[in-house]
Design a protein around this ligand. Structure first.
Ligand code: TRP
Ligand code: SF4
Length: 353
């Protein structure tokens, strides 16, 4: 049979051909392996992922191929960074027993579906994705490649290979999700069947987290507290934090609302009564910045210490991490197989009824 079938598009969880009968939505998200993760990731994307594991069937992917779209001239660290990132994920609570956790290049369906989707994707759609020209302007002409142009289409393939309907991402990824939805609509329309559901972005509500120097948190600035930071590193970073610039002398009253140290106290879950004490002490100049920072450093060390220990234990056993990825890839391939079969049939590559 060829011809329109009853449309179930746009109704997550009721997609034709989906085998699971649970009503939990399927979530897909990915992160490029680019080195150690920091508290920006912890309180942003990862906190969200960990929460989602309770309410959705989650698939989390180490997108190493995406990393290579920008790092192809220097791929030396991609493999190790992937294992490092997995250890960071697991140390904070991403759970391979409950979620599918795997590495993109271990599941060839990503590359295969990317190629298939590329047949129906007008070049102009990719050229107008703002990150394409933006990143070339920012990072250079070496990004003017076929692979980098296809970055958001590979991302589309990542998501729809599992018929995921919800995609937790930050604001910067919205144009990529819009492209994914357009490509899905075009594919389904072109081949006259609802092969893929349209994925929805699920915006991560991230508090704005500045680096310890009040600039944007970035590895190259050395202003971020990483998930593997030692107690000494934490002490040094916190001691150097920028405070209220108007508080020059210890006796000057401070303004906690403009102070990043105060934001960090809240970020690291200081209890309400301690927040109130710091607020009052700062304004009355009864609390000095040195002491305020000592309290913060203790709080950060309490939080990061156990994460660092779990992470180091995981990293001490690379074979164990590889085994986790291998299991994840097997599960991922099983979910992807019927979708690839449907897409191949829809495109006329295999026989279909
Ligand atoms: N482009 C995403 C980022 O830089 C990473 C990514 C790749 C992704 N594939 C994905 C995110 C699929 C969500 C879903 O953050
Ligand atoms: Fe910031 Fe604390 Fe100093 Fe107030 S006392 S300015 S909150 S570091």
């Amino acid at each position: 049979m060829r011809g329109p079938r009853a449309s179930t598009a746009g109704r997550p969880g009721s997609i034709e051909g989906m085998t699971d009968t649970t009503s939990r939505p399927r979530v897909f998200s990915g992160m490029r392996p680019t080195g150690e993760l920091h508290i920006g990731h912890l309180f942003g994307a990862l906190a969200n992922w960990i929460r989602l594991q309770d309410e959705a069937d989650c698939i989390f992917c180490v997108v190493d191929l995406h990393a290579i779209t920008t790092k192809y001239e220097d791929v030396g660290s991609v493999y190790d960074d992937g294992l490092l990132m997995l250890a960071d994920w697991m140390a904070v609570g991403v759970d391979p027993a409950r979620s599918i956790v795997f590495r993109q290049s271990d599941v060839p369906g990503h590359a295969q579906l990317h190629l298939m989707l590329s047949m129906v994707t007008p070049l102009s759609w990719l050229e107008r994705v703002p990150t394409f020209k933006g990143q070339i302007d920012e990072l250079g002409e070496h990004l003017n490649t076929y692979g980098f142009l296809g970055y958001p289409l590979l991302q589309t393939a990542d998501i729809v290979l599992y018929r995921a309907t919800q995609v937790p991402v930050g604001q910067d990824q919205l144009p990529h999700l819009e492209l994914a939805r357009e490509v899905v609509r075009r594919f389904n329309h072109m081949f006259d069947r609802q092969v893929f559901p349209e994925p929805q972005a699920r915006l991560t509500e991230t508090p704005l987290i500045l680096g310890t120097d009040n600039r944007k948190m970035s590895k190259s600035y050395g202003n971020s507290i990483t998930l593997g930071a030692s107690d000494d590193t934490i002490d040094t970073l916190v001691r150097g934090m920028v405070t209220d610039p108007q508080r020059v002398r210890r006796s000057d009253p401070g303004r906690p609302e403009v102070c990043n140290v105060f934001s960090y106290h809240k970020l690291f879950d200081a209890p309400a009564d301690e927040i109130a004490e710091i607020d009052a002490g700062c304004r009355a100049a009864t609390l000095g910045c040195v002491d305020c920072k000592k309290m913060l450093a203790a709080r950060v060390k309490d939080r990061i210490g156990p994460i660092r220990e779990r992470r180091d234990a995981l990293l001490a056993d690379p074979a164990g991490l590889e085994a986790t990825l291998a299991e994840g890839a097997e599960k991922a391939r099983a979910v992807a197989a019927p979708v690839l079969a449907d897409a191949s049939a829809a495109m006329g590559l295999t026989r279909h009824d």
